[in-house]
Design a protein around this ligand. Structure first.
Ligand SMILES: Nc1ncnc2c1ncn2[C@@H]1O[C@H](COP(=O)(O)OP(=O)(O)OP(=O)(O)O)[C@@H](O)[C@H]1O
Length: 246
């Protein structure tokens, strides 16, 4: 399977503030990779760098064999940001049309893709409602539909399940697993352990470094615990002990 994302010895930050240190990540086509870590750990900074919105301070990022940042690749990446960037004065359908057209979809493609993307997040019945009347969860769902509408090779989802009820979360996961099976690559950040457990590969980030990496089962075995949550807690304690001793 080809490599979709390659991050090598990445250091990233804002001005003199270094947020990520020595991050290495390889994501193969068709894989679902979860980034987990406490608030402020650097997950959004990492996905923004992979998207090419930030230039690495040190190290390299390659996406679909192209060195990032690279504006030409943006059309191939479906991105769901942490804060919903939606037009409140437009309907959900108009938002999907606008963002789909920006991604290069033709009128005929939009006609086919809008019901598909809205269907995944259960929004077909609300397509002609104004976004200003949407609940927080509906806005998250519309943002996810926008990420999916152009049928991109790579999906980057920053906390996609925040504000989404358990039933719909399961439905979304079902679709993400299906998309991965047909070769799409998915990188997501999450605080939700149930999401982490569904990922093929996990990277746990804490204080700007990767403290644990592997498949959920590998991590559970290596740390001799029974859940991903316990892996995270144990890896965190080990990082603290190491920092205090070092
Ligand atoms: N635009 C910015 N300018 C300066 N500092 C920033 C900026 N964005 C993030 N930071 C800082 O970088 C660090 C990592 O933030 P980041 O948003 O990547 O964390 P996160 O793991 O995504 O957190 P959360 O789970 O809360 O979204 C934080 O200390 C934050 O204050």
């Amino acid at each position: 399977m080809s490599i979709t994302i390659q991050v090598t010895n990445l250091q990233q930050g804002y001005g003199k503030n270094v947020v990520l240190r020595d991050i290495n990540l390889t994501v193969k086509g068709g894989e679902i990779v979860g980034l987990i870590g406490p608030s402020g750990a650097g997950k959004t900074t990492l996905v923004s760098t992979i998207m090419g919105m930030l230039k690495p301070q040190k190290g390299t990022v390659t996406v679909l064999q192209q060195r990032m940042p690279n504006r030409k690749l943006l059309g191939k990446i479906g991105y769901m940001a942490q804060t919903d960037a939606l037009y409140n004065s437009l309907t959900a359908r108009e938002n999907l049309k606008f963002f789909g057209a920006m991604q290069g979809l033709s009128v005929a493609e939009l006609k086919k893709q809008i019901p598909y993307a809205a269907g995944i997040v259960n929004l077909n019945a609300d397509l002609d409602k104004y976004v200003k009347n949407f609940s927080g969860g509906m806005k998250r769902r519309l943002s996810l539909a926008i990420a999916l509408v152009s049928n991109p090779e790579l999906l980057i989802l920053d906390e996609p399940t925040v504000g989404i009820d358990p039933e719909l979360r399961q439905q979304i996961w079902h679709e993400l697993q299906h998309l991965a099976k047909v070769g799409k690559t998915i990188l997501l950040t999450t605080h939700v352990m149930a999401d982490a457990e569904q990922s093929d590969q996990l990277m746990m980030i804490r204080n700007g470094v990767a403290i644990a990496q592997g498949t959920p089962n590998q991590l559970i075995r290596n740390y001799q615990v029974t859940s991903v949550e316990e892996v995270f807690l144990k890896a965190g304690r080990q990082q603290d002990a190491h920092t205090h001793n070092g």
